[in-house]
Design a protein around this ligand. Structure first.
Ligand SMILES: Nc1ncnc2c1ncn2[C@@H]1O[C@H](COP(=O)(O)OP(=O)(O)OP(=O)(O)O)[C@@H](O)[C@H]1O
Ligand SMILES: [Mg+2]
Length: 597
C-alpha cells in the first residue's frame, strides 16, 4: 500500500487546489443525496403513508408549515423542491466527473512524460540490462493500469466519504441500529481481507503474463522473416494461443473472485435488511418513518460497502503495476546520464587536439562473465585514421562504445585530450562525434527528415553534399520522390547497403570532429565501397577517423591498425607493417580474406 500512498501523494501535489475542489463537490453531492432522501419522508407523509405523523424525525419542524396548506400546493412545493435538488445534484455530478477525469488524465500525462523522459535520460548501460519490450510494456499497459488505479483510488475516496456522511446521518436517526450495522459491516470487511490478498496475487500474475505476452509478440514480429522462412509459424502460434489462454484464465479468475465477494455482500444484505426490520419494529420499537428512513439509508449504503470492497480488490490487483513503475523510475534515476541532453546542434562541442587514450581499460558486460575487454592501452591520435580489426566477437564494437563514453570501464580510464571522459564532458564529446552503427537505423520518415534530424539548419546543398560523400546521391535521385521519399517500416524499403550509406551521409552532415564507423561499409558492393573509401581518404588529416572493418581492403590507407583478439589488443602498427608480419592474428585474418577472394 505504501507505493500507492506515494502516488496518491504525488497526485495531491500535482492536482493541488483542484483536488480539494473535487472533494468539495463530492461532499456537496453526498449532502444533496441525503437531503433528497430525507425529503421522501414528508412526501410520503403528505400522501398519508405514516398517518400524518413525522414529528419524531429531526428537523421535522421544517415541514410543519406544509401541513396547513392544501394538499396540491404542498405536494407541488415538495415535488418541485425535490426535482430542483435532483437536477442540481445531476449538474454537480457531471462537473465532478469531468473534474475527476481532468485530474486523472493530467496526472497520468505528467507521469507518462516523466517516465519517458527519465528512460531517455538513462545511460547506455541501463538499456543493455533492459529488454526493450519491457520498457514499451511499462509505457503502455502498466501505465494504463496505474492510471486506472489512480482513478479507483479517487472513487474509493468518494465512496468512503459518502459512507461516513451517511453513517453520521443514520447515527442521528438511531445510534443503536447504526452501530449494529457498522459491526456487521466491520466483521464482513475483516472476513473479506483474504479476497483482497488473493486479488493482489492475480494482479502480480497479470503483470508477469502481460510482460511475457508483450515481449513475445515483439520478438516474433521482429523475427518474422526468420519465422516465415523457417516455417516456424505454427509453433509461434501455439505459444500465442497458450499465452492468450493464460491471460483469459487469469482475468476470469479475478472477475470470479470479485463477483463472489459481491454475492456474499448481497446475500448478507438480505439477512441484514430482514433482521433490521424485525429489530426496528420488535426490539427498538422505532417509529415507522424513522425505520423507513434508516432502511432507505442502509439499502443505499450497503452497495457502497460492497463497492468499497470491490474497489479494494481491484486496487490490490493493480498494486504490482504501481510497484513496477516506481521500480523503473528508481532504476532510471540511478542510471541517469551525468549531463542534461540538449537539442541537436545546441550545446558545446569539443575540438580534439591531441587524441583519445585508453589507460589499462577493462570492461565487463556482466560481473559473472569474462571481461569483454582486458587491459587495453591505446592511443588514437587526432586527425588521423585508426582502424580496428579482429574476429567476430573480439570486442571491437565494445571498444568503440567505451571510446564514445556510452559505457564506463570498471577499471582504467578513457581520456580525451588528457581529461577523463565522465560527467559534463560526455555531452561535448558526444556532440562532436558522428557515428555509424553496425546495424544502421533510420526513422520512418522521409530521407530529408532523417538527415535534418542531426542538423536542422542544413541547406539543400549541404544535404546533397553529404549524400554524394556517402555515394548515395545517385540512388536517392532515382527514388520516386527523391529526398522526400518516405523510408522505413511502411515506406520504401532500402537494402542493407543503401541504409548504411544514408546513415553515413547523416553522420557526415554534422561535420563531426570525430567520425566513427562500425562496419559501415560491410554491406556495400566493391564499386560503392571504393567511392566511400575515396571520400574517407579525402577526410584524412581533417578529422579523426575510427573505422572498424571486416574487409581489410577498406583500411589499407589507415595510419594505424589496431588488432583486437579475445578482448585484448594483440597488434598495433601500420597496415603495411602488420601485413609483412608472418605471425599473429592480422596475418591470419589477411590469409582468410585472400583465400576468400
Ligand atoms: N550487451 C551485451 N551483453 C553481454 N555481452 C555482450 C554484449 N554485447 C557484446 N557482448 C559480448 O562481448 C564480446 C565482444 O562483443 P563485440 O560486440 O564488441 O564484438 P565485435 O568485435 O564487435 O564483433 P563483430 O565483429 O561480430 O561485430 C562478445 O563476446 C559478446 O558476446
Ligand atoms: Mg561489432
Amino acid at each position: 500500500m505504501n507505493v500507492i500512498r506515494s502516488y496518491v501523494n504525488e497526485l495531491r501535489q500535482f492536482a493541488g487546489k483542484r483536488l480539494y475542489g473535487y472533494v468539495l463537490l463530492m461532499l456537496l453531492i453526498s449532502v444533496l443525496d441525503m437531503v433528497t432522501l430525507y425529503m421522501l419522508i414528508p412526501l410520503l407523509s403528505l400522501i398519508g403513508v405514516f398517518g400524518g405523523g413525522t414529528g419524531s424525525l429531526p428537523f421535522a419542524q421544517v415541514f410543519e408549515p406544509l401541513r396547513s396548506m392544501p394538499l396540491v400546493t404542498s405536494l407541488a412545493i415538495v415535488l418541485g423542491l425535490y426535482s430542483l435538488l435532483t437536477i442540481i445534484q445531476g449538474f454537480i455530478q457531471r462537473k465532478q466527473s469531468v473534474m475527476g477525469a481532468e485530474i486523472q488524465q493530467g496526472f497520468i500525462k505528467s507521469l507518462r512524460l516523466r517516465v519517458y523522459r527519465s528512460i531517455m535520460r538513462s545511460n547506455w548501460t541501463f538499456f543493455l540490462r533492459k529488454r526493450k519490450s519491457d520498457l514499451s510494456h511499462m509505457l503502455t499497459t502498466e501505465l494504463a493500469r496505474v492510471s486506472q488505479g489512480t482513478n479507483l483510488v479517487l472513487m474509493l475516496a468518494t465512496s468512503i466519504l459518502f459512507t461516513v456522511l451517511q453513517i453520521g446521518f443514520a447515527m442521528v436517526l438511531s445510534v443503536k441500529m447504526t452501530l449494529l450495522v457498522l459491526i456487521g459491516g466491520g466483521l464482513l470487511a475483516l472476513y473479506s481481507r483474504r479476497f483482497v490478498r488473493k486479488s493482489k496475487a492475480y494482479g502480480d500474475r497479470m503483470t508477469e503474463l502481460s510482460q511475457d505476452y508483450f515481449s513475445g509478440i515483439q520478438e516474433n514480429l521482429n523475427g518474422i522473416k526468420d519465422i516465415k522462412s523457417n516455417m516456424l509459424e505454427a509453433s509461434h502460434f501455439d505459444w500465442f494461443r497458450k499465452m492468450a489462454n493464460r491471460l483469459e484464465h487469469n482475468l476470469i479468475q479475478q472477475v470470479r473472485l470479485n463477483s463472489t465477494t459481491q454475492l456474499i455482500y448481497k446475500l448478507i444484505s438480505v439477512v441484514f435488511i430482514i433482521g433490521f426490520i424485525v429489530l426496528s419494529v420488535q426490539v427498538f420499537q422505532l417509529q415507522p418513518e424513522r425505520s423507513v428512513l434508516i432502511i432507505l439509508i442502509f439499502a443505499r449504503l450497503w452497495p457502497r460497502f460492497s463497492g468499497i470492497q470491490s474497489y479494494l480488490e481491484y486496487i490490490s490487483a493493480l498494486i504490482p503495476a504501481f510497484h513496477a513503475l516506481s521500480k523503473l523510475q528508481k532504476e532510471c534515476e540511478q542510471a541517469e546520464e551525468s549531463y542534461r541532453p540538449v537539442a541537436h546542434g545546441e550545446g558545446p562541442t569539443q575540438t580534439l587536439r591531441d587524441g583519445i587514450r585508453c589507460n589499462d581499460v577493462t570492461f565487463h558486460y556482466n560481473e559473472e562473465h569474462e571481461a569483454a575487454l582486458k587491459d587495453i592501452n591505446l592511443f588514437i591520435p587526432a586527425g588521423q585514421m585508426t582502424a580496428i580489426a579482429g574476429r567476430s566477437g573480439a570486442g571491437k564494437s565494445t571498444l568503440i562504445d567505451l571510446l564514445m563514453g556510452l559505457m564506463e570501464p570498471q577499471q582504467g580510464a578513457v581520456e580525451v585530450d588528457g581529461v577523463r571522459l565522465t560527467g559534463e564532458r560526455l555531452l561535448s564529446w558526444r556532440n562532436s562525434i558522428g557515428y555509424v552503427a553496425q546495424e544502421p537505423f533510420l526513422f520512418h520518415s522521409s530521407i530529408r527528415d532523417n538527415l535534418l534530424l542531426v542538423k536542422p539548419d542544413a541547406t539543400e546543398d549541404d544535404l546533397w553534399e553529404a549524400l554524394e560523400f556517402a555515394a548515395c546521391d545517385e540512388f536517392v535521385r532515382r527514388l520516386p520522390e527523391g529526398l522526400d521519399t518516405i523510408i522505413g517500416d511502411r515506406g520504401v524499403r532500402l537494402s542493407g547497403g543503401e541504409r548504411q550509406r544514408i546513415v553515413l551521409a547523416r553522420a557526415i552532415l554534422r561535420k563531426p570532429e570525430v567520425l566513427i564507423l562500425d562496419e559501415a561499409t560491410s554491406s556495400l558492393d566493391t564499386e560503392n565501397e571504393a567511392k566511400v573509401q575515396a571520400a574517407l581518404d579525402k577526410l584524412k588529416g581533417h578529422i579523426t577517423l575510427i573505422v572498424i572493418a571486416h574487409r581489410l581492403s577498406t583500411i589499407r590507407n589507415a595510419d594505424q591498425v589496431v588488432v583486437v583478439d579475445n578482448g585484448q589488443i594483440v597488434q598495433t602498427g601500420e597496415f603495411a607493417q602488420l601485413s609483412r608480419e608472418t605471425k599473429g592474428t592480422f596475418h591470419q585474418l589477411l590469409g582468410y580474406q585472400n583465400a576468400a577472394q
